[in-house]
Design a protein around this ligand. Structure first.
Ligand code: GAL
Length: 655
């Protein structure tokens, strides 16, 4: 099976989305000159080129792309070639309105933007397959071609009639009979029982709360339909170029796609990452997405898109201050990326993204952002041969599952004062601030590589997942579970007792009497810390080895935290410092230590292969103790016992 290493060949891929169709051909020559000067070795071409490649139905115009592929190849730059199917040309929707998606309120999503395709439309799928087939046939064997990029950020929903028909077929496969569907969906509630498959609908606009299992299944279905679109195109390009890797770019922690499942269908896992430069926790968000992508890839992965400066879709779009683009790019490499790419190479002069930064911005070659892009190219060339293909080790796994997220984050739940990603971020932040490197894993994955398994919140767990957690503890592993875990099964049916009985026994809980959600500005006082978001009225069964009680209020004296052996249950979200300290202690007890001892706050340390990355997220210079003698691959200096990192500074230390 082809891998990222087949494209990187011992380097870090550096480059980005390149949209030459927006520019006269003279500019292409300027582009390749600048690319070479910046150390760019890879461009992603064709992401939005459908109208240019197929200007009228069935016509093909590959001449411009032939010239472009030849040109970049002459300059030693590889091409990640995209199938253009994320943005069909206007003629497709005009001739075939059935290719357009319909939202839950029955509104058509028209052309004029992008991603206006129905994943369920047979007509769309046919046209997408045809252009993919011809593109793959044309460029198979072209020496510039290194990898395939299918579509772009698959993310569409469709509630229309063709989607409804496919939804019924999908449900038929899942449940076999309507009786089984009625049971799974709990349709005895509110008189929802189905007597005929034709009555079953996507969860379209409704007067009041929708059936939660119908919504859950529709999310599963949507992820599966988009995946069918992906695999159909993947199989076409694979037939033409069996030795080239295939990817599609994920949006980070996006709710619409079960990325665990998708990653199994990719040769290379890639992600688009746009932390807000003003967000004090931007680096931690980046680390979370990078850890998750690495875990999906089970090794090196590709940063397919990031911004060199500002994006154009926040309220106020802040540029990256000097050094931040380099810092966050090297952070991705530290956490396993073997490709650092951007949206996009040259900033557009027209269109919806003309205010979005690029590797060459409106300021041109002399612009600060471009100059920093050049410096980064030189840095990546230095470290690439040392990082390519190497792994990041982690003794901790944070468990995450899209199906549980889909089941848990619905209307009609006990509290809407938080969303699942907030909780996931809070737990990852605690580990990040404790300088502990973590993987992510699916609750049914093999957990034997990990000493510590952290479950921030898995509201819905299958029996197999619960068995997996129990087996981890039986093997001597440490388990830490946050609140609202093990509450429901995979049909979103509440487990008797409000938490699965086996988990209650594991933690030493006799009865979970009530959930006590907290208001946004409210905290629950516990012995030694404050809890946020949530609290629980738990009656312990007397078998716990250690408890930390709530103090005062309705829950006074009841356990906020329980530990029984190596199994911990945390019934609130401790404030950041408290959660960090708790996890640091638990991990230390389990023998899992930070990448480097005595790190100052704001400095991130990650080990990748035999390299130690040190990243200063602070604005002030800082000195870090690094016992022994090392070689800094960036400065080529020898470092003995300590190294000073400037504002946003990075050191990559080799033994
Ligand atoms: C991504 C997308 C790119 C571009 C970018 C802007 O979501 O894949 O095409 O739109 O965002 O930030």
């Amino acid at each position: 099976m082809p891998r990222l290493g087949d494209a990187t060949r011992g380097r870090i891929l550096y480059g980005g989305d390149y949209n030459p169709e927006q520019w006269p051909e003279e500019t292409w020559h300027e582009d390749v000159r600048l690319m070479r000067a910046a150390g760019v070795n890879s461009v992603t071409v064709g992401v939005f080129s459908w109208a240019k490649l197929e200007p009228r139905p069935g016509q093909r115009d590959f001449a411009w792309l032939d010239r472009l592929m030849d040109l970049v190849h002459e300059h030693g730059i590889g091409v990640v070639l995209a199938t253009p199917t994320a943005s069909p040309p206007p003629w497709l929707g005009h001739l075939h309105p059935d290719t357009l998606p319909v939202d839950q309120d029955g509104r058509t999503e028209w052309w004029g933007g992008r991603q206006h395709f129905s994943h369920s439309s047979a007509t769309y799928r046919r046209h997408a397959a045809a252009i993919t087939e011809d593109l793959a046939a044309r460029y198979a064997g072209h020496p510039a071609l290194t990898m395939w990029h299918i579509n772009n950020e698959y993310c569409t929903y469709d509630y229309g009639d063709e989607a409804a028909a496919r939804f019924r077929r999908w449900l038929g496969n899942r449940y076999g009979t309507l009786d089984a569907l009625n049971t799974a969906w709990g349709t005895a509630f509110w008189s929802q029982g189905y007597g005929d498959w034709d009555e079953v609908m996507p969860p379209r606009h409704a007067h009041y709360l929708k059936n939660p299992t119908q919504v859950l299944d529709f999310r599963r279905f949507t992820s599966d339909m988009l995946l069918e679109c992906y695999t159909a195109e993947r199989d076409i390009v694979r037939r033409h170029t069996p030795d080239l890797p295939v990817t599609t770019n994920f949006m980070p922690l996006w709710s619409g796609q079960d990325a665990w499942r998708w990653a199994e269908e990719e040769d290379v896992v890639s992600v688009d990452l746009y932390p807000d430069p003003r967000d004090p926790l931007g680096a931690q968000h980046g680390a979370l997405v990078q850890d998750m992508t690495r875990s999906q890839a089970r090794g090196p992965w590709m940063l397919m898109e990031q911004a060199a400066g500002a994006v154009n879709w926040r309220g106020a779009n802040h540029p990256k201050p000097r050094g931040l683009n380099r810092l966050w790019s090297l952070q991705a490499v530290a956490r396993g990326a073997d490709a650092v790419c951007y949206f996009q190479w040259r900033q557009s002069r027209q269109g919806a993204e003309k205010f979005h930064s690029a590797m060459v911005g409106h300021a041109g070659e002399q612009g600060r952002t471009h100059q920093e892009v050049r410096q980064l190219g030189a840095d990546l060339a230095k470290i690439g041969p040392h990082t390519a293909g190497t792994h990041v080790g982690a003794g901790i796994a944070v468990l995450h599952d899209w199906h549980s997220w889909w089941a848990g984050d619905q209307d009609g739940r006990p509290s809407t004062r938080f969303d699942y990603p907030d909780v996931l971020h809070a737990w990852h932040r605690a580990l990040w601030e404790a300088h502990l490197t973590t993987d992510f894993a699916h609750p049914e994955h093999d957990l034997t590589p990990y000493r510590v398994v952290v479950v921030p919140q898995l509201y819905a767990l299958t029996d197999a997942a619960i068995d997996n957690l129990l087996a981890h503890v039986r093997r001597g592993g440490t388990l830490v579970c946050g609140f609202l875990t093990g509450v429901a099964d995979e049909d979103d049916r509440i487990r008797p007792g409000g938490i699965d009985a086996r988990l209650r026994q594991l933690f030493g809980i006799r009865t979970l009497h009530e959930w006590w959600p907290l208001e946004t500005d409210e905290t629950a006082v516990c012995d030694g810390f404050r809890g946020t978001l949530w609290s629980e009225e738990i009656e312990p069964d007397g078998t716990a080895d250690e408890t930390v009680p709530y103090k005062g209020g309705e829950l006074d004296g009841l356990p906020a935290v329980l530990r029984k052996g190596r199994a911990w249950y945390v019934s609130t979200l401790p404030e950041p410092d408290a959660l960090r300290d708790l996890l640091a202690r638990i991990c230390a007890d389990a023998g899992v230590r930070p990448a480097l001892a005595g790190l100052p706050a704001g400095v991130e340390a990650v080990r990748r292969g035999d390299l130690l990355f040190l990243l200063n997220h602070g604005r002030d210079p800082v000195t870090v103790g690094v016992p022994g003698t090392h070689r800094d691959l960036l400065t080529e200096a020898t470092v003995t016992d300590r190294v000073t990192l400037g504002r946003h500074g990075v050191a990559v230390l080799a033994p």
